[in-house]
Design a protein around this ligand. Structure first.
Ligand SMILES: [Zn+2]
Length: 349
């Protein structure tokens, strides 16, 4: 493979001629790849990409930060001539490796955007060796370009609405997800009717009428907004909150049984219930042998608490998508422990 092809592929350059590659000296060593656009990509308006007559040579050579090679920073360097576009006037000519008026290459911006979805802004800034504010600017740019080519509100049928807290519960963001694609389609600060009204006005009345199901918690502000905007939608309580309320109720029953046993001097019962917290909370399929034994004891000696546990497990299974093929939808994959289940054999016994 020729050296120019090697660098073009390594850096992810298209329609670009590699002229030469150099490595700078000094403490901050970096690789500089000198390039020029291929003839068909030259003399194009930086905004509309139309071919235009060249105006002048601009302000000389320019650098674009690209993805690092190993531990070395890599820059693309090229001339930045100006063209005269009939619609946009005198502008810097377009380059195939970066967006107009941006100091980073396309693969670099794509990587920042991907990382921003998976780690904190400060982690991205440190890893990629760029300013914290640059991360924000790149995210805004990538999102606006993606929004221009695809409509996140197209074909909405089933959506979920919830709020997420940040700054230790001091502030909230309302999040809307498309259940059919599993993607977040809207995020805005606040958790009130006005925030949702703004979302539904972006979707528009015609598309709101096509929404058939909305899942949410029991917040009245969500119910009011859904009723006002989605005339054909059914509002459902989302499984996460159903399970959460079930678990809270189970814990309330456990505390009640524990207090009652303590007051009536039943120390053994109080001890058994106190130590059963994790066994009651965990999913049946994740229980250890000791926790299964604890639940079997509760099933024998403490029917009210065990009944609350069974109701909680049933709630979890109703909201779970982990069904096995061939089973009826009312039958969960795992049965509660202590109900017709054989204990695992212990070796050496
Ligand atoms: Zn133009």
């Amino acid at each position: 493979m020729r050296q120019s092809s090697f660098w073009a592929r390594t850096v992810g350059l298209r329609n670009t001629m590699i002229q030469r590659v150099e490595m700078t000296d000094g403490a901050d060593e970096c690789i500089i790849v000198h390039v020029r656009p291929r003839r068909k990509a030259m003399s194009r308006c930086g905004i509309c990409q139309k071919r235009c007559p060249q105006y002048d040579h601009g302000s000389g050579r320019r650098c674009w930060r690209s993805l690092d090679v190993g531990e070395k920073r890599l820059y693309i360097e090229a001339d930045a001539p100006r063209v005269c576009c009939p619609h946009h006037g005198v502008v810097t000519a377009a380059v195939p490796w970066a967006r107009h008026d941006v100091g980073h290459t396309l693969p670099f911006e794509q990587q920042i955007a991907w990382l921003a979805c998976h780690c904190s802004k400060s982690a991205v800034a440190e890893l990629m060796r760029i300013a914290w504010t640059t991360v924000g600017a790149i995210i805004t740019r990538v999102v606006s370009v993606a929004r221009a080519v695809s409509d996140p509100f197209a074909g909405l049928r089933r959506i979920g609405i919830d709020e997420v807290s940040y700054r230790r519960g001091q502030r909230y963001v309302t999040v809307v997800v498309n259940h059919d694609t599993g993607k977040v389609i809207y995020c805005a600060p606040g958790r009130d009717r006005a925030t949702l009204d703004k979302f539904f006005s972006l979707v528009g009345p015609e598309r709101c009428d096509e929404i058939s199901l909305v899942s949410a918690d029991a917040g009245s502000w969500i119910a009011e907004a859904v009723e006002a905007h989605c005339r054909n939608a059914k509002l459902c309580i989302d499984p996460f909150h159903v399970v959460s309320w079930g678990t809270d109720a189970l814990d309330a029953v456990r505390r009640g049984v524990w207090n009652q046993a303590r007051r009536s001097g039943q120390k053994a019962v109080a001890q058994e219930v106190k130590g059963a917290r994790w066994a009651l909370w965990r999913n049946p399929e994740d229980l250890t042998a000791a926790q299964e034994a604890k639940l079997a004891d509760i099933a024998r000696s403490n029917w009210p608490l065990y009944r609350a546990y069974l109701l909680c497990v049933q709630r979890r299974s109703l909201g779970s998508s982990r069904w096995e093929t061939g089973r009826g939808k009312s039958e969960p994959r795992s049965r509660p422990p202590g109900v017709g289940r054989r204990r695992p054999r212990r070796s050496g016994g």
